[in-house]
Structure formats: structure tokens, C-alpha cells
Design a protein around this ligand. Structure first.
Ligand code: IPE
Ligand code: IPE
Ligand code: MG
Length: 253
């Protein structure tokens, strides 16, 4: 919730690193990583999945509560159809091949984004992954797929308007919590740290509402090169940030 510290200290991980309760990651730079090596863009996406697998493990080991990764944006539909279907197949394969391991690791999976327009077999696959991990109590792994934050907010507004029109909600009851609860991320804390790789410094329509008080760390590495050393460096930077939430003193340290 706005104004509350959303951070925990996990001294056991070493050097007093501050560990985010909710980490958001914009996994960018797969295409450039591949191009630099004379490979096809799709090979960068394949490597990117390996990095994601690693990151999930790092988050479990370091005690991150929720990890939200941006894997396909609503704007990515403007890419060539071949690349789009390759990314969709990668998601399918990731869910199919990693689900058992995620279950064993007590990971709870949630896929956010619109399911309208997705193939029914893909929708079944992601529904199944959510259902089979719904009772897990470890890391929350949130995959933003076919996700756009403005569309999410518009959808929330439509939902609340329908509730008002049906007489189930008064307009006065539409506060920040009501809007937060109408978003895909309902029930999750706001991200306290957002990382973007590959040197770009923008949100690209990722968690606009939820990131109101997030810290941002931008790293130069392309996503396939992101590793534990990068992760630790980011956490060290995050640990030095003074978070004030509008007040005059640091909160949550
Ligand atoms: C991120 O890498 C993955 C997706 C957006 C699906 P990119 O594919 O955006 O890689 P660049 O930015 O072109 O290098
Ligand atoms: C954002 O990356 C979306 C994902 C990482 C899935 P893009 O590469 O699509 O963003 P822009 O187009 O450079 O802003
Ligand atoms: Mg990109």
C-alpha cells in the first residue's frame, strides 16, 4: 500500500543487503544480445529464458517475496509474426517444462495480462499452472504476458463502473485500494524495486500504477547476460537508496 515500507532485511544473505519484497524486472535486450553475436533475435529469447530460470532461483535463495517479470507487452504485437509466435512457443515450453520444478520449489505462479485473443490451449496451460501452484507458499512468480499497464487500468475502471451501474458500489467507495484491488496484481504488495536491463531507461507500459514508489535500477547488461553478480550489484544499489515516501526521513531501514 502507498506510504508503507515494502522492504525486508535479510542479513543472512550477507553484507546486510536489503531484499525487495516485490521485485519487478523488465527483461530487455535479447535481440541486441543476439545481434552482437551474429545470431538470430530468437536465439536471444532462448538465452533469455535460461536467465529467467536463474533469476527465479536467485529470488528463492535471497528471499524475494514476489518476482514480476515482463515477458510480452501488449505493444509487442507490432513485431514480426515469426518472432511473436516464437516467443509464445517459448512461454508454452517454459510453463510445460518448468512447472514440476516450480511446484517442487513451492513457487506460486500467476500470469497477468489479457487472455482475450490468446489461443484456448495456451489459456488452458496458464490456467493449469496457476491452479496447480495456487496453494504454494514460497516465491510468487508473476509473469506479465500480453500485458499493458494502461489497458489494465482501463479494464479496472470499466469493472468499477459496472459495479457502480449495478448499484453494488458507491462512487465514493472508489479509493486507491479499490482501484488496486481491481488490477491484475490485486493482493500483491507494490514493487519496491524495478530493474531494467540493456541500458534503456523507461517503463514501456509496465506496472504504471503499482510502481508509484518503486526504486529503479537500470543496468547496461542485456538480459541474457544478467547473472548473480549483476543481481548482487543491483541489490547493493537498492540497499543504499533512501526511501522517504513523501516524508522527510528514510522509511523501512
Ligand atoms: C526483450 O528483448 C524481450 C521482449 C520484449 C519479448 P527484446 O526483444 O526487446 O530485445 P531488444 O530490445 O530488441 O534488444
Ligand atoms: C518491454 O520491452 C517489454 C518486455 C520486456 C517484454 P520492449 O523492448 O518491447 O520495449 P521498448 O519497445 O523498447 O520500449
Ligand atoms: Mg527491447
Amino acid at each position: 500500500m502507498a506510504g508503507e515500507p515494502a522492504t525486508s532485511l535479510k542479513p543472512d544473505i550477507g553484507s546486510g543487503l536489503r531484499i525487495p519484497l516485490h521485485l519487478g524486472v523488465i527483461m530487455d535486450g535479447n535481440g541486441r544480445w543476439a545481434k552482437m553475436r551474429g545470431k538470430r533475435r530468437t536465439e536471444g529469447h532462448v538465452e533469455g529464458v535460461k536467465t529467467l530460470r536463474n533469476l527465479v532461483e536467485l529470488c528463492i535463495n535471497y528471499g524475494v517475496g514476489t518476482l514480476t517479470v515482463f515477458s510480452f507487452s501488449s505493444e509487442n504485437w507490432t513485431r514480426p509474426p515469426d518472432e511473436i509466435s516464437f516467443i509464445f512457443n517459448l512461454l508454452r515450453r517454459f510453463v510445460a517444462s518448468d512447472l514440476q520444478r516450480l511446484i517442487r520449489n513451492n513457487v506460486r505462479v500467476r500470469i497477468i495480462g489479457t487472455r482475450r485473443g490468446l489461443e484456448p490451449s495456451l489459456v488452458r496451460l496458464i490456467d493449469d499452472a496457476e491452479a496447480k501452484t495456487a496453494h504454494n507458499t514460497g516465491l510468487n512468480l508473476v509473469v506479465a504476458f500480453n500485458y499493458g499497464s494502461k489497458a489494465e487500468i482501463a479494464e479496472a475502471a470499466r469493472h468499477l463502473a459496472r459495479e457502480v451501474a449495478a448499484g453494488r458500489l458507491s462512487p465514493e467507495a472508489i479509493d486507491e485500494a479499490a482501484i488496486g484491488n481491481a488490477l491484475f496484481t490485486a493482493g500483491l504488495p507494490d514493487p519496491d524495486l524495478i530493474i531494467r536491463t540493456s541500458g534503456e531507461q523507461r517503463l514501456s507500459n509496465f506496472l504504471l500504477w503499482q510502481a508509484a514508489y518503486a526504486e529503479f535500477v537500470f543496468v547496461e547488461e542485456h538480459w541474457p547476460d544478467f547473472n548473480e553478480a549483476t543481481f548482487r550489484r543491483v541489490l547493493e544499489t537498492f540497499s543504499t537508496r533512501e526511501r522517504r515516501f513523501g516524508g522527510i526521513e528514510a522509511v523501512g531501514r
